[in-house]
Every structure is written in structure tokens, then in C-alpha cells.
Design a binder for this molecule. Structure first.
Ligand code: FE2
Length: 213
């Protein structure tokens, strides 16, 4: 079975952009429910996977496994989302900063591309910064979809644009949430490590594996 991972910081660490109240619902209710559903579905199917990544990839695109995919991918996406944020304000540096300059003309250009893509994404989903080899790309995915089924894309960052991610703190103003998120909460050290992994330097982030019980 999979466990709901602990947050890597205190629930109020991302305030005021993401309040402790939002975190309580988002991590403690939404994410927890996806994990519970995932475990129930795996148990009912008699499956004991070696990793969450394996579950997501195997279920992707299979209409008979849509429910399993949704809950597995949402479990993965949320843990990735918590991991790519920090309450300590950072800026990109090194190779990643150089790639941002090359592919987006600087951090302001990346911010514009990321916010625009995520703002224009219709309804629920996820905004992503990813690397395809050494090239940076911004894209969005619908509902539970993520980048795991797409060979060659390594996620560097994601922002949850389901309304449950921002409605308590920003109501319907997704743009304000995205801009504040990009300016204040991005863990650029994590993104840089993912960018290294995309270019064969070190291991990419993996979701914690299953535990006994
Ligand atoms: Fe969410």
C-alpha cells in the first residue's frame, strides 16, 4: 500500500500564497483521499506494484483502468507538487538559469509562458515546466494526467490548477495564484536537480514506494 507522504514543511510555510487552511484540505483531505482510493483499487485488483510510477504508466490510456489511473496519477502529482515548492524564496541558478535565458529570454519570459499556459488551461489540471533533453518546455495536462506516460519529458515543476488548490485563498483569481506561486514558492534547487537528471546527471525524483500493510 501507499502512504500519504508527510509535507516537507509546516502547513503554514507557504503562507500567504497557500494558507494552512488550504493545506489542511488539500493535503489532508484531497491528497489523502486519492491515496485511500488508490490503495482500495489495488487491493481489489490483487495488485502489489513495485512503484507508483509503474501503476501510473501501466494504467495510462486504458479505459478499463481509468479510475486507477486517476487516483494513482493524482497521488503522484500532489506529492510532486508539495516537493517542488518551498517557503524559502529562491531564484534559479547555474545551468537551469542559463537554459531559462536561452529558451525563454529570462525568468520573466518563463513566468509569462508558465502563467499563460496554466491560466488558459480549461478547468482542472496541472501546469508544468519540463525538460526534453536539455530543452525547457511549458505545458499543461488535464485532470489527473501527468508527464509519466510521455517518454522523454522530465518534470521540473508543477502547479496544481484544480480550484481546490487556490479557491479558499484566491477565490476565482487563478492568475493571482499563479503569479504569486511562481514568484514566491518555487523550489529552484529541486527544479535544477530535475534538470540535471533530464540530462543524465543524477537520478530524477521518484515517488516514495509502497510499504507493507
Ligand atoms: Fe490538488
Amino acid at each position: 500500500m501507499f502512504k500519504l507522504p508527510e509535507l516537507p514543511y509546516a502547513p503554514d510555510a507557504l503562507e500567504p500564497v497557500i494558507s494552512a487552511r488550504t493545506m489542511g484540505y488539500h493535503h489532508g483531505k484531497h491528497h489523502a483521499k486519492y491515496v485511500d482510493n488508490l490503495n482500495d483499487l489495488l487491493k481489489a485488483a490483487g495488485e502489489t506494484p513495485a512503484s507508483l510510477e509503474e501503476v501510473v504508466k501501466a494504467a495510462a490510456g486504458d479505459p478499463a483502468k481509468k479510475k486507477l489511473f486517476n487516483n494513482a496519477a493524482q497521488t503522484y502529482n500532489h506529492t510532486f507538487f508539495w516537493t517542488c515548492m518551498t517557503g524559502a524564496k529562491m531564484a534559479p541558478s547555474g545551468d537551469l538559469a542559463a537554459a531559462i535565458d536561452r529558451d525563454f529570454g529570462g525568468l520573466a519570459g518563463l513566468r509569462e509562458a508558465f502563467v499563460t499556459e496554466s491560466l488558459n488551461h480549461f478547468a482542472s489540471g496541472w501546469g508544468w515546466l519540463a525538460a526534453e533533453g536539455d530543452k525547457l518546455v511549458v505545458l499543461s495536462t488535464h485532470d489527473a494526467d501527468d508527464l509519466l506516460p510521455r517518454e522523454g519529458l522530465t518534470p521540473l515543476l508543477t502547479c496544481d490548477v484544480w480550484e481546490h488548490a487556490y479557491y479558499l485563498d484566491h477565490q476565482n483569481d487563478r492568475k493571482a495564484f499563479l503569479e504569486a506561486w511562481f514568484d514566491n514558492l518555487v523550489n529552484w534547487e529541486f527544479a535544477a536537480a530535475q534538470y540535471d537528471a533530464a540530462r543524465g546527471k543524477g537520478e530524477a525524483w521518484r515517488h516514495p514506494g509502497p510499504v507493507a500493510g
